[in-house]
Ligand binder design. Sequence first.
Ligand code: 2AM
Length: 192
Amino acid sequence: MEGQRARLFVALDLPAEVRAELIAWRAPLLVASDAALRPVADEALHVTLCFLGQQPLAAVEPLAAAIAEVTAGGSVAVGGLALGAPLWLPRRRPHALTVALRDRDGALGALQGALAAALAAGGWFAPEERPYLPHVTVARVRRGGDPRALARRELPAPPTHAFAGEAVTLYRSHLGGGGARYEALARERLRR
Ligand code: 2AM
């Protein structure tokens, strides 16, 4: 075990009904993409808060403790969220179809900032220069896939009702041929 590393990230988990809405929203777009897009697994739809990259497995326990401290044992709420505009990322040469997240009360930005500061202090996270852009990746461009025809079209807007984040989870990403599989290593629920 000693010396083993894993690809880790911390994410906000979405309520099941919001995941269901995203699954319904993307379904006709997957068809229209003519197989250029591969859907992210239904249960894996998430909002990345901090991408940590390769970390020693020994860091999992202190990382879980740091996340528990930032989320204050379930007393933090992240409300006022809503799905926003569809977004191709990166903008110039898209690898993914995503949906932006609106953070109407600034609660998500505050949580992400606190988490980024705590994880940077622990030496696990290198803060990024670019501003944090909350989004849910719903599908990735397949190798050799060309989504340009779809990317030129105006996409329908996803549902816009307000919701609250479910939990903050430390995930391990297992990369594989059929797409990454995400394993939850530690989860802290948020106040509803
Ligand atoms: P994406 O959804 O925008 O592609 C697991 O790979 C999660 O970490 C994904 O949500 C992915 O974001 C994000 N991720 C992967 N590589 C990253 C990087 N270099 N910087 C920031 N986030 C990254």
